[in-house]
Design a protein around this ligand. Structure first.
Ligand code: SAM
Length: 353
């Protein structure tokens, strides 16, 4: 690994442009991998500036593709860059970049959804959770198709201090389709306020950095793109297990336009849902007639705490999922109509005999 060096000595030597590289290796974007490339180095530099100080940093770049963002990360002074790319067609171009920055780039041909980031960097870079974030950044112009499942997985990792967050409060700078970026950063009462807003903001400080117009990408996606920066909070705003918080939030947003108690009732078996929801909202001291989008994170904290209290008193509640109950109802209905049909057939047969 490169020792501490000056920024100018870390700048890349002259290389073919990213556009030339795409031509050289005859690389066309693959739709099923959501490939939209950023070739404008001013924009990739801007993303990296928003990520923070890269000097002598450790970085994990998600989906480097032809390497535009990769160049900006290297030019900003990162000395240990691990890139994770699923599409083997980009590996030769990434190897060329790695040769231009000796000892600074490690290439993983793999899937970021399964790659163990917690094994990718030396344990010595870790910082205690309560301290400043470690000198490790995750940066990526993510494929849209993986960005949402990936951020949900990483939010759970933040809650559990696992994966990339086993090193401490690792910062993330990621691109999302603009609408998703708006949901991640939406404040109480706004139209975009959703499940993702609560899940990300109870665990992180979330900043919307800037919007990149779709026309800056090749090929041009249907939508504009938002760059979002996340710094995990020292103390999460809700101190309950991630899965419990997720369940409460998912149910609350089930009927976006109705009073929040409507969705929250689905936390409980049908026969007792009104009574238990009333008790939960009273304990939480939250107005059940607020719309889900009007609930603040402290409101969600109070509801999650009250729900956890009910689950301690009645442990069966925790495992209750109304979707299972619905499926069961559906199956019962199907099997009873099949039984009826069989009875009809057998009765018919009997009458023919
Ligand atoms: N970062 C490049 C840029 O800005 O031009 C490419 C961006 S393109 C939107 C997304 C990249 O992620 C592609 O190179 C694609 O092959 C890669 N990719 C898609 N799914 C992936 C996954 N699950 N793990 C790692 N890379 C993935």
């Amino acid at each position: 690994m490169a020792a501490s060096r000056t920024l100018s000595s870390l700048r890349l030597p002259p290389l073919p442009t990213v556009g030339e590289l795409l031509k050289l290796y005859r690389l066309r974007a693959k739709k099923q991998l959501s490939q939209n490339f950023l070739l404008d180095l001013k924009l990739t530099d801007k993303i990296v500036r928003r990520a923070g100080d890269m000097k002598n940093a450790h970085v994990c770049e998600v989906g480097p593709g032809p390497g535009g963002l990769t160049r900006s990360i290297l030019n900003a002074g990162a000395t240990d860059l691990l890139v994770v790319e699923k599409d083997s067609r980009f590996i030769p171009g990434l190897k060329m970049l790695s040769e231009a920055a000796p000892g600074r780039v490690r290439i993983v041909h793999g899937d970021i959804l399964t790659y163990r980031v917690d094994r990718g960097f030396p344990a010595s870079i870790s910082k205690p959770w309560e301290e400043e974030p470690p000198n490790l950044h995750i940066i990526g112009n993510l494929p849209f198709s993986v960005s949402t499942p990936l951020i949900i997985k990483w939010l759970e990792d933040i809650a559990n201090k696992t994966g990339p967050f086993s090193y401490g409060r690792t910062q993330l700078t990621l691109t999302f389709q603009k609408e998703v970026a708006e949901r991640l950063t939406a404040s109480t009462g706004s139209r975009q306020r959703s499940r993702l807003s609560i899940m990300s903001q109870y665990l992180c400080t979330v900043h919307s950095c800037f919007t990149i117009p779709g026309r800056a990408f090749i090929p041009k996606p249907e939508v504009d793109v938002g760059v979002v920066h996340f710094t995990p909070l020292v103390t999460p705003q809700i101190q309950q297990p991630f899965k419990l918080v997720e369940k409460v939030v998912r149910n609350a947003f089930q009927f976006r336009k109705k009073y929040c108690h409507k969705g929250l009732e689905k936390l409980f078996p049908e026969s007792r849902c009104v009574e238990l929801t009333e008790e939960m909202m009273e304990t939480a001291d939250v107005d059940p007639l607020l719309r889900p989008t009007q609930l603040t994170i402290p409101n969600f904290r109070a509801i999650a705490n009250a729900y956890a209290q009910l689950c301690t008193r009645e442990p069966d509640l925790l495992g209750y999922d109304y979707r299972d109950a619905l499926r069961l109802k559906h199956l019962n209905r199907e099997s009873s109509s099949q039984t009826q049909a069989l009875m009809d057939v057998s009765e018919g047969r009997e009458s023919h005999l």
